[in-house]
Each structure stands twice: as structure tokens, then as C-alpha cells.
Design a protein. Structure first.
Length: 302
């Protein structure tokens, strides 16, 4: 009869204990990361919350009060916008800005897409040199050309019109958007161009029926940034527009200031600034999915 084997002593389970310090460090690191993110978010959102809260305060309480949101909100700042500024309707500023922004978008999409098609799809002498020179204009500061451009438009008697603001948009002077579209068009399959040529299509037909529909993400991306830049443009309208009736929103905000350079109506200034954000926000929300599609497909090869 064989002797029974002695019972084996239970081994202590030390594995979970060994992992506890690492898990604790991960939780602590995650907590610090989230607290830091919330702190950065608070710093970023504070100016936006301050503008929203101040738009519902009387003008005399905007700088003297420390509270972010007023205890008793008032709507006088928004209702006062309907009265206009210096006999100029507030809505005329928005109409002028909308005309300028949409005209800039149309000019950039037409001229830059045509130029990009030429650089991406047509082989001609000096193409690489011209493309390099165009990219080099990105290094040229805007202020270097400001005085000669003003003198040129003054001699052409185009000051106080929108021609100086929009003419460059229709001449493919926005090199960044040309470069963006060129890179997108170069990624399109060449088989599509060859198939269109076999069907008897010329460059214009290929550009309109084949390339443009496939470049919609790049076009929408250019349209979004062009609209935002034109809507927020201050230097151009300040230089070329003289009559208050032709002012854009950015210039209309300066009319809330008195002759001494001090803002005499802080409430109206902040309320109009808040309202001026709405068109840009709506434009972006309407086309944001195309912007995301453009970012997602820009690195794909055909």
C-alpha cells in the first residue's frame, strides 16, 4: 500500500500585488493628464465665455465687473444693433462682408483650380520653374506689396471699390490653394485622363467633367479657408474702402470707437463681434465633412 502524498502547501498569489504599483502609477498619470487637459480647455474657452457673458451686460459693467455671467442679463446690446451706427445699418456691413467673402471664394476656386490643372496635368516648357516661383511667393510678406498695389489701384481710380480686394482672387495669386489642388490632382489616376482623351475630350472638358468632381474635398477645403480669411480680413478693407456704407463687418466694429480711440459702446461692440461669428460657424458646419474627407484622402495614391 503506497503512502499518500503529503498535501502541497498553498502558494501565495503575489502576482496581483506586484502589478498594483504599476496600475497605481497609470491611474495617477491618467488623472494628471485629464486635469491638465481640463485646465488647458478652461484657458482656451475663457475668452469665448467672457465674450458671451459680456454681451448680456450693460456697457458700464463690462470692465468693472469680475463675474463671468451677469446675474440679470440684458438684451439691450443686441436690440441696439438694429438702430445701426452713424446712420449706417448693421446689416449693410454683413451684406458687404458676404459679398466680399463669396466673391473671394468664387475667384479662388475658379482661378486656382485652373492653374492647378495646368501644373498637374499639362506638360509645357518651364512648368517646374514657374511652379517653383509660384511657391516662392509664399515667402513674400503681404506688406511688401501693399504700397505699390495701392499706388497702382489709385492711378486706375479703383480706390473705394471692391476690385482691389477681389482682383487678386481671380488671378490665382493664392499660391497655397494652388499648391493644395496641385497635390490633390497629381494623386488622381492618369487612366481617367487617358480614357477621356480616347473619347475625344479636350483639356477643358477633362478639367470640368473629370478632375473637378474628384477634387471636391480640396475645393471645399479651399473654400472654407478663403471664406474665413475674407470674412475676417481687416487690413484690405481698411486700406481700400473709405465710405462707411461699403465697410465690411471687421471695419464696422471700429465705428463703435469714439474719436479718442476709446470704445464708447463696449456692449454693442461685443454683441456685434458675437453675431459676426455666426456666418463663419455656419459655413464651416455646412462643409466640415468635406474638409474631413479631404484630409482623409489627401495622402492616398490613385
Amino acid at each position: 500500500m503506497s503512502a499518500a502524498a503529503p498535501p502541497t502547501a498553498a502558494r501565495p498569489t503575489t502576482a496581483p500585488v506586484a502589478h498594483r504599483p504599476a496600475a497605481t502609477r497609470r491611474r495617477a498619470g491618467s488623472l494628471v493628464w485629464h486635469l491638465g487637459s481640463l485646465l488647458v480647455l478652461a484657458v482656451v474657452l475663457y475668452p469665448v465665455l467672457w465674450v458671451i457673458g459680456s454681451s448680456f451686460k450693460p456697457s458700464k459693467d463690462i470692465l468693472g465687473s469680475l463675474e463671468l455671467f451677469p446675474a440679470k442679463p440684458v438684451m439691450d446690446n443686441f436690440t441696439g444693433l438694429a438702430d445701426g451706427i452713424a446712420d449706417v445699418s448693421i446689416w449693410s456691413f454683413f451684406q458687404n462682408s458676404l459679398f466680399y467673402a463669396l466673391g473671394a471664394v468664387a475667384g479662388v476656386l475658379i482661378s486656382c483650380s485652373l492653374t492647378a490643372y495646368a501644373f498637374a496635368k499639362i506638360r509645357f516648357a518651364g512648368r517646374n520653374l514657374l511652379f517653383t516661383l509660384m511657391i516662392g511667393t509664399l515667402l513674400l510678406p503681404y506688406h511688401v506689396l501693399l504700397i505699390p498695389q495701392y499706388v497702382m489701384f489709385q492711378k486706375m481710380e479703383l480706390i473705394n471699390t471692391y476690385v482691389p480686394l477681389l482682383l487678386g482672387k481671380y488671378l490665382a495669386t493664392e499660391a497655397f490653394f494652388v499648391f493644395l489642388m496641385v497635390q490633390f490632382m497629381r494623386n488622381l489616376p492618369r487612366e481617367l485622363d487617358e480614357a477621356a482623351r480616347l473619347d475625344g475630350c479636350g483639356h477643358l472638358r477633362i478639367y470640368w467633367s473629370v478632375v473637378l468632381p474628384l477634387c471636391r474635398p480640396a475645393l471645399i477645403t479651399s473654400a472654407i479657408f478663403t471664406f474665413i480669411n475674407a470674412w475676417n480680413d481687416f487690413m484690405g478693407p481698411l486700406i481700400y474702402l473709405n465710405e462707411p456704407g461699403k465697410y465690411t463687418v471687421s471695419l464696422g466694429l471700429t465705428m463703435f470707437r469714439d474719436s479718442d480711440g476709446l470704445a464708447s459702446n463696449y456692449g454693442g461692440l461685443i454683441a456685434m463681434s458675437l453675431v459676426a461669428l455666426l456666418p463663419v460657424l455656419l459655413f464651416f458646419l455646412a462643409f466640415q465633412r468635406y474638409l474631413i474627407d479631404g484630409m482623409a484622402t489627401s495622402g492616398l495614391k490613385g
